[in-house]
Design a protein around this ligand. Structure first.
Ligand SMILES: *Cc1c(COP(=O)(O)O)cnc(C)c1O
Length: 227
């Protein structure tokens, strides 16, 4: 199926409240353009340099609908300044150091930057993100008040890469429970704190059963990535 057909088919199956982040990392700008013309607006990228190159290429083209970009990869603090002017959401925030830098660059650009805190729930060692206790400690320490140009709008997580579906169910269920705890504890009056970004090409139907409001789908739309 073409990119257009995949997006159309996916959107037909997603509940209306679940937003699609088309993960375009490692795919060319032409693929973003094709997805845009199919009505896709939100794109996910995981490398600052690659993202900036694409934004600059897109800037030279006359397009009616501008894309919105979510940053979903590991973000080094020294790269924040490159994406701060235009990024819609940074989904992969996992330290106070990064929050402080995003806040600083947001102020420089005279804006507030929406962020999600990334949780490490998967079994794999390599996956980045905060443990639940680290996340609790970060919020309890008052980052919300300390960094007013960072708006924490929700949580993001990646499930284990496993054939064991019950494991994936457990992980997304845990993330959803934790979201409710954090919402009640730290954001009860804040309507903006409402996003739950979980689910990728292989596990998004399970994520939707556990409260996902955004799914991040790459290879299912664009095909296998060429690294
Ligand atoms: C690459 C990536 C995705 C998309 O993965 P697919 O399996 O291609 O759908 C989603 N989320 C994050 C954080 C990623 O790095």
């Amino acid at each position: 199926m073409s990119i257009t057909q995949q997006i159309t088919a996916l959107k037909a199956t997603l509940p209306s409240k679940v937003k699609l982040v088309a993960v375009s990392k490692y795919n060319p700008t032409e693929s973003i353009l094709e997805a845009l013309s199919a009505g896709q607006i939100i794109f996910g990228e995981s490398q600052a340099q690659e993202l900036c190159n694409k934004v600059s290429e897109l800037g030279k083209i006359d397009i009616t609908q501008s894309p919105e970009f979510h940053f979903i990869g590991h973000l080094q603090t020294n790269k924040v300044k490159y994406i701060a002017p235009f990024i819609s959401v940074i989904e992969s925030v996992d330290s106070e150091r990064l929050i402080a830098e995003i806040n600083k660059q947001a102020i420089k650009n005279n804006r507030v930057i929406d962020c999600f805190l990334e949780l490490h729930i998967a079994q794999e060692e390599s996956k980045s993100g905060l443990s639940l206790d680290e996340c609790r400690a970060l919020l309890a320490s008052g980052v919300k008040e300390r960094y007013p140009n960072v708006r924490i709008c929700g949580l993001m997580t990646i499930a284990s890469n496993t054939e064991d579906e019950s494991q994936i169910h457990n992980e997304f269920a845990l993330a959803y429970e934790f979201f409710k705890e954090v919402k009640q504890e730290y954001f009860p009056q804040d309507d903006y704190f409402c996003e739950r970004s979980w689910g990728m090409s292989d596990d998004y139907p399970i994520a939707i059963q556990h409260g996902a409001t955004l799914v991040r789908i790459g290879s299912l739309i664009f095909g296998e990535r060429q690294y």
